[in-house]
Design a protein around this ligand. Sequence first.
Ligand code: MTE
Ligand code: MO
Length: 371
Amino acid sequence: MKSSSKPVFSENVSQEDGARAGGLIVIEKEPVNLEMPFGTVDRFLTPNERFYVRCHFPIPKINAKKWRLKIGGAVRKSLTLSLADLRDMKAHTTTSVLECAGNNRVFLMPKVKGAQWGLGAVGNAEWTGVLLADLLKLAGVNDDALEVILEGADEGEVKEQPKPSGKFHYARSLPLRKALSDVLLAYQMNGEPLPESHGAPLRAIVPGWYGMAAVKWLTHILVTKEPFHGFYQTIEYTRWERPHKSLPMQVPLSEVPVKAQISRPELGQVVPAGEKIWVQGTAWTADSAITKVEVSDNWGKTWKKANLLGKPVKNAWQFWEYEWLTPKKRGKQVLMVKATDARGREQPYERDADRGTYNISHCLPIEVEVR
Ligand SMILES: Nc1nc2c(c(=O)[nH]1)N[C@H]1C(S)=C(S)[C@@H](COP(=O)(O)O)O[C@H]1N2
Ligand SMILES: [Mo]
């Protein structure tokens, strides 16, 4: 009885098919930016062809046979490696959520600049490759090293000020401590060769961190003694923090905050009045486990516990469901969801303005129509 009343995930999706490319919503054509319709989430691992795509520059043309990865800077021995060299090294597989730091931007009021992502700039995949730590050990990191810059093959020019002049490559840095822990350089996604749009032949996966750190089409790894102040490190993908109270300080984004999202019902979906329906979705957090997901149908006045499904997997997402008795009264109705993790971190109810145009994790109002 319980399961028969559940909606089938992939059917009855409300967005217009016309605005989609292969089932994805086109946010931007060039450079290509595609969103997964979040209402179609129906399994733990997001299929490659349904995984969101976020690109700042045109996808680079790479010949995998001629492609090389160069590791240099503050190391004892610079390295140049082919894909075959990497495949000969010990392989590691990890399941990790990848979420764009601009995910949910369309919910910000007033409207802010940047790609207008809804709920689907997020996915969960199984990544296979080598540990960045293993490569850094081979190269021998100098004692005074501080960060590791990852550079992609893609390049382009940014239009809006402040910006550097001319073309430059996509790059992000990691603190050495993170680079030496669980960062993966992946050549496989969900058991298949890494697709071109997701960074073939090699990309970084930084478990627990927002997508901007997961550099695609990786060509250069540079170990540095100074902090990197690149465009996507200091101008884009930053937020304000206040360690010294009156002195707001711009910091690069890193870990994803704890978050749950509603996949069904979808925004604007019609639900029957006075009936039990399933509210469903996923939740994730960095380096911890989801311990609680709660749903509210009265703007956060009261919260009801949802069921967590399956076992928690660190840095992957977890499914949840809640059986909701819809109101008898017809009209617009808002649903909200809130997650808590094993470290006691809870999704905030309200938006913190210091997060700028990124880092959106407050409780989003999902408005449905009771009829
Ligand atoms: N080289 C390169 N790497 C990149 C980007 C990029 O534009 N160029 N975009 C980043 C951002 S902002 C995100 S959210 C993820 C998206 O990865 P996906 O397209 O595989 O979903 O890739 C990251 N890595
Ligand atoms: Mo992103």
